[in-house]
Each structure stands twice: as structure tokens, then as C-alpha cells.
Design a protein around this ligand. Structure first.
Ligand code: ZN
Length: 564
């Protein structure tokens, strides 16, 4: 026993500059050897002795001894979610720069969580940078609150590892400069042809008259895009190959006029880059080395490289993933936004929608979503993830993270008061967490009158011996509840064992409300000590589910359902 204690005492001393916390050591020892739980005072005494010994050692001696006794405890604690990501081509440690580039149409949902996590995990793997770029160059598709919501979600998902936030509408001057350069180099031209007519010509591989005008004329026309032409009257086109095998690559547009008022720049700006153009410029300007996104971006990536080639820039490495179909989920940001606007949902935190803000409030951890992305990996194959499969995975990953944190409490839904005849008075002491005894116990004062969940009462089989957890055994017969005995051993030995159920004392409790995933509320009572919980605490409501505490006040505790 001494050796086990010594290694944990050394570990604790090593991690905390020589100081040893006896409770932490006790917790570790009992986790490794649960059989010692039967004699905690003896273990504690031994721990005190060991601490005396350890306190005579300096940091170096502590480390040397620990190395000899339990080198595995000295290993740097690795982040558990280090996953099986395939290496990226041409990636150099410390030099990788990746980015996510959402448009500001709303906050992030579970689909975004995949791409964001994957990019971030690669940045982490290579000790590189993770940039968040908000692509708001289409003034017609902007939801202003998204400028706040997206960075907040991305920071949550990456544990505050967003290296840089770039907002494209604040960089218009840069795009104008590069566009002007292309015009000056004779590599771009202002096309004033009627859109339909131009399309027909392009389909045939025939150039329009605008293309052959000289540079000076193009410069004049480019200037006119800012103050003379109306929306739709002129676009700036890149001069590519008008006979390119792929018609989409023939002289595509890179700048256009949009009169729609932009929430950031107001009416001031009316010339806007097309996405491929601002993306090419920004990827170069911010030193993006690897572009990791869905394969629906593959065509744009080709166009981006054509823009980069005009300036002689080295393009980043492009890696696309296949379409991930989250079957059974409503992931349309615009549809959800409309549903919120007409009051169908209460907001982006509504418990019923698969957006990160709502999932956070239920107690989901960023690590669970990152783990999911790691397991999916980066592959070009299309995948379908059903709603059941998704939650099964995410819940398992999340449970692994929160299980050690979540203390246990009794929550009696739809409470019914009963009296157990002949039951003794008892102060029941129950561990807050069976694997973390150092956290102490919760106390329930029992006097025979208790609250049980209506559902449990309806299931009590007459004649059987039922047990109230950590209190007593009883029988239900002739409409009455009768005390049988107190010890758990008696219950175990009973021939006709019934249920083991949780309960609450009649006198001490708090009102608890749990918001369920379908938006309904479970009402009931909880242990009095739940009144001491704080917003954000994760709990396991025994025999029910995990939940997150979202509000505590004098009258009640409000939790949100997490998962089983
Ligand atoms: Zn033209």
C-alpha cells in the first residue's frame, strides 16, 4: 500500500511544487485500488506518513524518485483527442496556416463543427495557425448578428485558439488594388455585354468585343464601375482561355456591382469581389498553406489558382472532403432563421435545434465534436450520418469527457409523498461522485416520509422488498409502505428483491425544472444541496440523465437535458 501512496504523493508533489494534497492522493489511490475504500482512515494515516517523507525532498529528488517508481506518471499529459489524422502534403511543423471561411448567415451548426474542428486539429497537429475569415462580400446574404456569433462559436470549438479573425468587407481596398493591377497588366477586362448574350457567346467559345479593348480603355471602364455603371451593367472578367474545355473557366467574373446596402460598409461601396477573387487574394495575403474544405469548393479552387497564377503566386495545397449528409437534421441556417423570426423557436439557443449555441447550453463539450471530426477524418468519399448514429457517437464522446466532472444528485420527477411505516430516522450520506471520494458527500435527512417519483411508485410490485438508495428497505402491501430493514446486505439477501429507487426527504429539497430536448419541461424536486450549484455545472441526475445547470435562484434550479 505504501508504494501506491508514495507514487501518487510524489506525482502530486511534482505537479504542485512540492506541496501534497492528501485528498487528491486519497482519490487517486482509491481509484486504483477500490478495495481500500473499506478502510479509508488507515489509508489516510498512511498518506500522512508518506507526505512527511515527501516533504523532505526537493523538486529534483521528487522527480528522480518518481521516474524510478512510476515513470508513466511523469509523461506529459497528452490531449486525449489526439486522433488518427493523416498527414498533410507539404506540411512543415510550425508553418501550417489553415482557415475556415463561413459566410455571415448565422451561427455555426453541427455541420460547420466538422470543418472547423478538422482545420483546427490540423493546425494543432502542426503547431500552426487557424484563421477565421468571415466572407461577407455578398451584401444580400448577411445576418448582422453572425459577426459576433461565429467568432464566439469558433473560439468555443477550438478552446480559444482562433489565431486571427478576418472580415472581408473591411479589406475592399486590397481587392480593388489587385483588380486594378490585373486591369493594368491586361489580364482583366470590363465587360458590359448583356448577361444572356454573353453566356451564349461563352458557350460557343467566342470572345466579346469588350475583351479586345486596350488597357487604357479598360482602366477608364473600371473606374466607371465605381460611379457610373448600374448594377448588372458591367462586370470585371479575368482573361482566361475563352475556349477552355470547361466552360465555367472561360473568362469568369471577378468583380461586380451590387447596390444592396451592406451592414458594415453601408451605401459607400458598390463594387464587390466575387468570392473566388477575394478568397485567392486573402489566402495569399494571409499566408494560408493548406485549404481544407468540402469538394463543392473544388471548382472555385481552380479559379482561385488561375487568379494566383496571374500574380505569379504559389497556391496553397487544396484538400477537399466528400459531402457529409447529416440525415434527419434541419441544417439550413436561413430556414432556421425564419423559424426563429416567426417565433417557432425561441432563438439560436433553442434546445430543439442542432446549432452549437444550443448544444453548449445543454452541456456538450467542444472536445466531443472535435473527436467526431477526427474519427470521420478527411476523405473525399461522400458519407451519410443518420441522426441516431450522430447522437450515439457524440454522446459517447461527450460522456467520456463529462463523466468525471458530473456530481450525482437525486431528482424526483412528478413527486408523490409517501410514509414508510416504522422507518427509522437517518442521516443518509452519499458520495457526490463514486470515483472522486475527495469531493465529499451529500446529506439527506430521512424520517420515514419521503418523495418518490410517480413513475416508480406505479411500478412497485407488492410483496417484494424494495430499497431506497442509502436509506432503507421497504415493502408495499395493502396500499401501505412498511419498513423492512436498513442495510443493503439485507436487500441483497432478500429472496424477492424489487427495485432500488432514489428518493428525497420530505422536509429538505429544492424545486427543479429540467428542459428536455423536445422543448417540454420535466418538473420535480431535487436535493437541497442542488441550490448551491452554479450556472454551468454538469450533474448526473441519478437514474435519469446528465444535465447542465443553467439557472439557480431562490425558488428553483433550472437544468437542461444533456444525454443519458
Ligand atoms: Zn463583353
Amino acid at each position: 500500500m505504501k508504494e501506491i501512496i508514495l507514487k501518487y504523493a510524489l506525482k502530486n508533489a511534482h505537479d504542485f511544487g512540492g506541496k501534497v494534497n492528501d485528498k487528491v492522493v486519497l482519490g487517486s489511490v482509491l481509484r486504483e485500488h477500490p478495495e481500500l475504500k473499506t478502510d479509508v482512515p488507515k489509508v489516510l494515516k498512511e498518506i500522512q506518513n508518506v507526505i512527511k517523507e515527501v516533504s523532505k525532498l526537493n523538486q529534483e529528488q521528487i522527480k528522480a524518485k518518481l521516474e524510478q517508481l512510476a515513470p508513466e506518471l511523469l509523461e506529459e499529459k497528452k490531449e486525449e483527442i489526439l486522433g488518427p489524422l493523416k498527414p498533410l502534403p507539404n506540411a512543415v511543423k510550425g508553418k501550417v496556416v489553415v482557415r475556415i471561411a463561413p459566410s455571415p448567415s448565422g451561427p455555426l451548426h453541427i455541420g460547420h463543427a466538422y470543418g472547423t474542428s478538422l482545420n483546427y486539429e490540423y493546425a494543432k497537429m502542426y503547431g500552426g495557425k487557424f484563421i477565421l475569415r468571415i466572407e461577407d462580400t455578398n451584401p444580400e446574404n448577411i445576418y448582422a448578428p453572425a459577426y459576433e456569433l461565429i467568432p464566439d462559436d469558433a473560439n468555443w470549438l477550438t478552446e480559444n485558439h482562433v489565431s486571427d479573425i478576418i472580415i472581408q468587407s473591411s479589406r475592399l481596398g486590397i481587392y480593388y488594388d489587385y483588380a486594378e493591377k490585373l486591369v493594368g497588366m491586361g489580364k482583366a477586362y470590363v465587360c458590359t455585354c448583356e448577361a444572356e448574350q454573353w453566356k451564349e457567346m461563352k458557350a460557343k467559345g467566342v470572345a466579346c468585343v469588350c475583351r479586345s479593348l486596350n488597357v487604357k480603355e479598360q482602366q477608364t471602364r473600371y473606374a466607371k464601375m465605381f460611379n457610373e455603371y448600374a448594377e448588372g451593367e458591367a462586370v470585371l472578367r479575368l482573361k482566361t482561355d475563352i475556349e477552355d474545355k470547361n466552360p465555367a473557366m472561360r473568362d469568369f467574373a471577378i468583380m461586380r456591382i451590387v447596390e444592396h446596402v451592406h451592414p458594415k460598409t453601408g451605401k459607400e461601396q458598390r463594387v464587390w469581389p466575387l468570392m473566388l477573387f477575394s478568397v485567392a487574394i486573402d489566402d495569399h495575403e494571409t499566408g494560408v498553406t493548406h485549404v481544407l474544405n468540402g469538394k463543392d469548393h473544388a471548382d472555385n479552387a481552380k479559379k482561385e489558382q488561375m487568379v494566383m497564377a496571374c500574380f505569379g503566386w504559389q497556391p496553397p495545397v487544396y484538400k477537399h472532403w466528400g459531402r457529409i449528409n447529416f440525415e434527419g437534421f434541419e441544417l439550413s441556417t436561413s430556414k432556421t432563421r425564419r423559424a426563429i423570426e416567426i417565433g417557432e423557436y425561441s432563438g439560436w439557443e433553442d434546445i430543439r435545434i442542432p446549432f452549437l449555441r444550443s448544444l453548449r447550453k445543454r452541456g456538450y463539450q467542444a472536445g466531443a465534436f472535435r473527436r467526431f471530426a477526427l474519427e470521420m477524418g478527411l476523405s473525399l468519399n461522400d458519407k451519410t450520418v443518420s441522426i441516431e448514429e450522430f447522437w450515439k457517437n457524440i454522446n459517447a464522446f461527450n460522456r467520456e469527457i463529462i463523466e468525471p466532472q458530473a456530481n450525482r444528485y437525486f431528482f424526483v420527477r412528478d413527486p408523490v409523498k409517501i410514509k414508510i411505516m416504522g422507518a427509522p430516522k437517518k442521516v443518509a450520506q452519499i458520495d457526490l461522485h463514486p470515483e472522486h471520494l475527495e469531493r465529499g458527500k451529500r446529506t439527506l435527512k430521512a424520517n420515514g416520509e419521503v418523495y418518490l417519483t410517480e413513475d416508480d411508485i406505479s411500478k412497485l410490485v407488492p410483496g417484494k422488498v424494495h430499497r431506497l438508495m442509502d436509506y432503507c428497505n421497504f415493502e408495499f402491501a395493502d396500499g401501505k409502505y412498511k419498513f423492512v430493514s436498513e442495510s443493503y446486505e439485507d436487500y441483497k439477501a432478500a429472496e424477492n428483491k424489487g427495485m432500488i429507487i432514489h428518493w428525497l426527504p420530505q422536509e429538505e429539497h429544492v424545486v427543479v425544472e429540467v428542459l428536455l430536448e423536445d422543448g417540454k419541461t420535466a418538473l420535480g424536486l431535487g436535493e437541497k444541496s442542488m441550490g448551491q450549484l452554479k450556472e454551468g455545472d454538469l450533474v448526473q441526475l441519478e437514474r435519469n440523465y446528465y444535465a447542465r445547470v443553467n439557472q439557480v435562484d431562490k425558488s428553483k434550479v433550472v437544468c437542461w437535458y444533456l444525454h443519458k
